[in-house]
Write a new protein. Structure first.
Length: 306
């Protein structure tokens, strides 16, 4: 049974992937910074939790069990915070990743899957964005991601540490807590007796990809022995206007809320969408969950938990 070390399983995407892989024939080693009681329910004969900080290379070097794959989610993803505290962001996201890459080298892992971000593209020159699009670093956060990508490429060329970099676009799903366009909207709609919502920059577009699709793609990439030393976009391949996000959610909730649009005529429209052509060379999955269908599942889960 192959052993997978997953970092960041206490986060949104990492937690979903952990649940997704539980039904498969893998032994999961879940590395978390702190242990919370609710994680106990996931510990079984196919899964164990390891408590430690990826920034602590002494701790990482002390890991003495076999590892076949590493899937690395852990890190700081608050772009605003990266401006106010760039040292902390780069220390965690880059030097923490370097510690894990060194671990992969020592353990001779079959593949290191690094979860990067489409944020490294900045404001696109063209869409859909492919992996050849110019890199435009617009924050210490995007810098930390690119530095980690380049370290992986160096370790592959010099030490044969096999890797795949996945640049995720806007992932959404059930029980998402981080601040996003969707979570902000749901928070506004939860205010009692809300009648109007102000929407700025309604024509901006994002590529929203459902969490279940992301987990399937990561699993396929891990299991594909020919996918090595690749940098791949992971998006839905569809650009959705922010105004359509709002309209879809309001429609699904059958909400009487009205939208007040604030269009700044001087502001440039920011649109981004993924070109998945390279990704499709390595996965069987071709159809992504539509935004509306994904939101139905998100809202159903909120109703069930309320």
């Amino acid at each position: 049974m192959n052993k997978i070390l997953i970092t960041g399983v206490d986060g949104f995407i990492g937690g979903y992937l952990h649940s997704h892989l539980q039904s498969r024939d893998y032994y999961l080693i879940c590395l978390v910074k702190t242990y919370s009681p609710n994680l106990a329910q996931y510990t079984n004969y196919k899964c164990k939790f390891v408590i430690g900080n990826i920034e602590d290379n002494t701790f990482i070097n002390s890991i003495d069990f076999e590892i076949d794959y590493i899937i690395h989610f852990a890190g700081k993803n608050d772009i605003g915070e990266s401006f106010s505290n760039p040292y902390s962001t780069i220390n965690t996201n880059t030097f923490g990743t370097l510690n894990l890459i060194e671990l992969a080298r020592a353990k001779n892992v079959k593949k290191f899957i690094y979860i990067s971000s489409a944020n490294v593209y900045g404001k696109p020159h063209y869409i859909p964005v492919d992996e050849s699009h110019p890199i435009q670093l617009n924050s210490p956060y995007s810098l930390s991601k690119l530095l980690s990508e380049n370290i992986l490429k160096y370790y592959y060329n010099h030490y044969d540490v096999k890797f795949v970099i996945l640049r995720l676009f806007n992932v959404f799903g059930k029980n998402q807590n981080s601040r996003t366009v969707i979570t902000d909207l749901l928070k506004k709609l939860s205010i009692p007796n809300v009648e109007k919502i102000i929407l700025k920059s309604p024509n901006n577009e994002r590529d929203f990809i459902f969490i279940d699709d992301v987990c399937e793609i990561i699993t396929e990439i891990m299991e594909n022995n020919t996918c090595i030393a690749e940098t791949l976009n992971v998006g839905s391949g569809c650009a959705t206007k922010i105004i359509d996000v709002y309209k879809t959610v309001i429609k699904l909730l059958n909400s009487p809320v009205s939208l007040i649009l604030e269009n700044d005529e001087n502001a440039e429209i920011y649109s981004i969408c993924s070109n998945n052509d390279n990704l499709f060379k390595f996965i069987k999955k071709r159809t992504m969950t539509s935004f509306e269908e994904g939101m139905k599942l998100v809202l159903e889960s909120k109703c069930e938990s309320s």
